[in-house]
Write a protein that binds this ligand. Structure first.
Ligand code: CAA
Length: 440
């Protein structure tokens, strides 16, 4: 069976940067280490005045199309995953296709376009849709463009404010992919939850503490479901474990729970059961206080083992590196985690070809999906040209007052006009709601 998977990746970060330790923490009267160590985010990317989900998505897609030397005729499907959509009728992919058609010969009239929504999970669901479309033989030799794009903004003063971010990840899904091939097996954990939602509102209503429990519960279900079809999930079978990363501290919790589950390390289990009298199973989720107290004690002990620390440093830490520099990109976040791992391996000169990743995607509301991916021979040549470092290094550093202004600019209920902090550089720019974006 021909492999199907991710053939190319490009990102577009919001062009502004908020320093959480230097700028955000003093204004909030908080210890900077709450953000840099506890939450694990040093900087957030935020959109400048002329950026939105369409421009970031279109700019990432254009970079990908140019690098691969594609024409519109090579792409038969454009799916956008977002939880920041501004149009309840037209999918964001039509706006992005419009931008792209203004700069290429040819058009995307032949392409099936859609918009996927399931909170942060929908980028992975769009990849699944593209995979199924290709596997079904409906693609007529064409590839699918999947764009995960979000402005992850919270109400000012919401605890989630520290985890904000903005950016897009564009991915080409094709046969014989250059980066990773997707496994057929998937595992799901899904339940109707109300810990994070946006019913007819721009900023989310969030029960942050509960959202952590729901993330862990659905991930555990997905892992068990995946194991029921794929069998082995032993840590040694996978080079990296990219998870949805709302903030690196969340991944620390997920990794620990996952590690206990997949190692079923009886030495550790017995030692912990003896010391703490706890094994964190589903029933512990019934009481929030009991759960939190027990899981903390359990985590502290397991985390202290050298075996766990070595695994975390090698297989998890490299996946959260980019996230700690940009914040939450919602639908793009797990795809940044994969990219972060690939970049780390490239920087260390590790040859990943043939090695596998176990990918854990999650969306509030809530659903988790686990699947495996196998790194392809050509991965390195596809990862090296992605200009992540340049994009992050050239962001404009906001003062706290400037941050509040730009937050207001992107608040749909306010009409605030300010000069852009950066200059567009031959890119698509936002010119007003419902109008065609321009390229400047
Ligand atoms: N030094 C070091 N660490 C510190 C510290 C200090 N001075 N002060 C606090 N910390 C640690 C805390 O101990 C805590 O770590 P643990 O969770 O490991 O105990 C961490 O920093 C955060 O501190 P708080 O729990 O006090 O932070 P908070 O209550 O202000 O906010 C949050 C945390 C609830 C997650 C909030 O950021 C939030 O609501 N975020 C949005 C929701 C979210 O991201 N949920 C994640 C799961 S849902 C999901 O994944 C979907 C999605 O993308 C949104």
């Amino acid at each position: 069976m021909t492999a199907v998977g991710i053939d190319a990746i490009e990102i577009r970060s919001g062009r502004l940067r908020l320093d959480l330790a230097e700028t955000f923490a003093p204004a909030k009267n908080e210890d900077p280490e709450k953000y840099t160590k506890g939450i694990g985010i040093e900087h957030s990317s935020l959109p400048d005045v002329y950026e939105d989900i369409v421009t970031m998505g279109a700019n990432a897609a254009k970079a990908l199309i140019d690098r691969k030397g594609l024409t519109p005729d090579d792409i038969g499907r454009i799916d956008v995953a977002t939880e920041s959509a501004f149009d309840n009728s037209k999918p964001v992919s039509t706006y992005i296709a419009g931008c792209l058609e203004s700069v290429y010969d040819g058009d995307f009239h032949h392409a099936n376009k859609g918009e996927r929504k399931f909170a942060c999970l929908s980028g992975t669901q769009s990849i699944d849709d593209a995979y199924n479309w290709i596997r079904a033989g409906r693609n007529r030799g064409r590839a699918a463009l999947v764009i995960a794009t979000d402005t992850a903004l919270y109400e000012r003063g919401d605890p989630g404010e520290a985890t904000q971010g903005a950016g897009a990840v564009a991915m080409l899904i094709d046969e014989d992919p250059d980066i990773v091939a997707l496994s057929t097996e998937q595992g799901y954990g899904s339940a109707d939850e109300t810990d994070f939602l946006k019913p007819n509102q721009q900023f989310p209503s969030v029960d942050g503490k509960r959202s952590i429990q729901v993330y862990l519960a659905r991930m555990r279900e997905a892992l068990e479901d995946y194991e029921s079809v794929a069998g082995d999930t032993h840590p040694d079978s996978f080079a990296y474990f990219p998870f949805h990363t709302p903030y690196p501290g969340m991944v620390r919790k997920a990794a620990l729970l996952g590690y206990r589950h997949i190692t079923r390390d009886t030495d550790i289990e017995e030692a912990l059961a003896g010391d703490i009298g706890l094994q964190p199973r589903e029933s512990d989720f019934d009481s929030r206080e009991g759960y939190e107290e027990a899981i903390r004690a359990y985590m502290d002990d397991l985390k202290a083992t050298s075996r766990y620390q070595a695994w975390y440093d090698e297989a998890i830490d490299p996946t959260v590196d980019v996230s700690g520099q940009v914040g939450n990109w919602y639908t793009g976040s797990v795809h940044l985690a994969r990219l972060s791992a690939l970049r780390a391996a490239a920087a260390d000169g590790v040859d990943l070809a043939g090695q596998r990743f176990l990918v854990g995607s999650y969306g509030s509301g809530a659903q988790a999906e686990i699947h495996a991916e196998t790194v392809q021979e050509e991965w390195r040549d596809s990862i090296d040209p992605i200009d992540v470092d340049d994009q992050l290094a050239t962001r404009y550093d906001l003062s706290f007052e400037e941050y509040e202004l730009i937050h207001d600019v992107h608040n749909h209920e306010k009409e605030v006009e300010v000069e852009a902090f950066t200059q567009p550089e031959a890119e698509f720019v936002f010119t007003g709601w419902g109008r065609m974006n321009e390229r400047r």
